[in-house]
Design a protein around this ligand. Structure first.
Ligand SMILES: [Fe+2]
Ligand SMILES: [Fe+2]
Length: 200
């Protein structure tokens, strides 16, 4: 993130994640309509899609300030691969997308904000602060509907989550975890304690 090129690459990468997040929110709305879920399920993900669209727009505007546009750089396909790997069932989708990938954003964003401020890029840091604050609700929606579905299927949420992470996710969740932000989303430490290598 030191030079301008590194900063542009960073903002572009986050913009790409937000664009994928828009698609993922609408995908969860449209793909799982046969499960007889409450209206609140769809309302939650429509609200997530609106947030992600706002995040994407903020970052696109920031890229223009930096002299480039979204699409000028190549981007990786990791988020969409996670969507494809969980297209058959809402339960692993919730485990991997909001509870692993979006929760990962809660872990890494505070550090990025600190580094951006140290480099004097307060404009990007301010955007990431909005994103950090609003992503808590996305993780919360993930946990809430994951637990709702576990209850309906008479599954224990914590071992079920851990099995999905092992079977459907190519990596492992990485410490350090933002335990407090995760707790604010209703994401209890017991869910990911087996991967938490930070000394107590
Ligand atoms: Fe977002
Ligand atoms: Fe999100």
């Amino acid at each position: 993130m030191g030079g301008i090129a590194g900063r542009i690459a960073f903002v572009h990468a986050i913009a790409h994640i937000e664009l994928n997040a828009i698609d993922l929110a609408w995908d969860i709305v449209a793909r799982f309509t046969r499960l007889d879920l409450p209206r609140g399920f769809y309302d939650d993900w429509v609200a997530v899609a609106a947030d992600e669209a706002r995040h994407f727009t903020l970052l696109c505007d920031r890229l223009v300030d930096l002299g480039v546009a979204y699409g000028d750089l190549p981007a990786h396909d990791g988020l969409w691969e996670a969507a494809a790997a969980t297209a058959d069932d809402l339960l692993p989708r919730l485990a991997i997308v909001p509870m692993v990938l979006e929760a990962r954003g809660l872990d890494t964003t505070p550090q990025a904000i600190t580094r951006l401020r140290a480099k004097g890029d307060n404009a990007t840091a301010d955007i990431l602060e909005i994103i950090e604050r609003e992503e808590v609700a996305h993780v919360a929606a993930g946990v809430r509907w994951f637990e709702f579905l576990c209850d309906r299927r008479e599954l224990e949420p914590i071992p079920t989550f851990q099995n999905f992470v092992r079977d459907r996710f190519s990596g492992t969740p990485k410490a350090p975890f933002a335990v407090e932000a995760r707790a604010n989303a209703g994401f209890r430490h017991e869910y990911y304690a087996i991967w938490d290598t930070t000394p107590a």
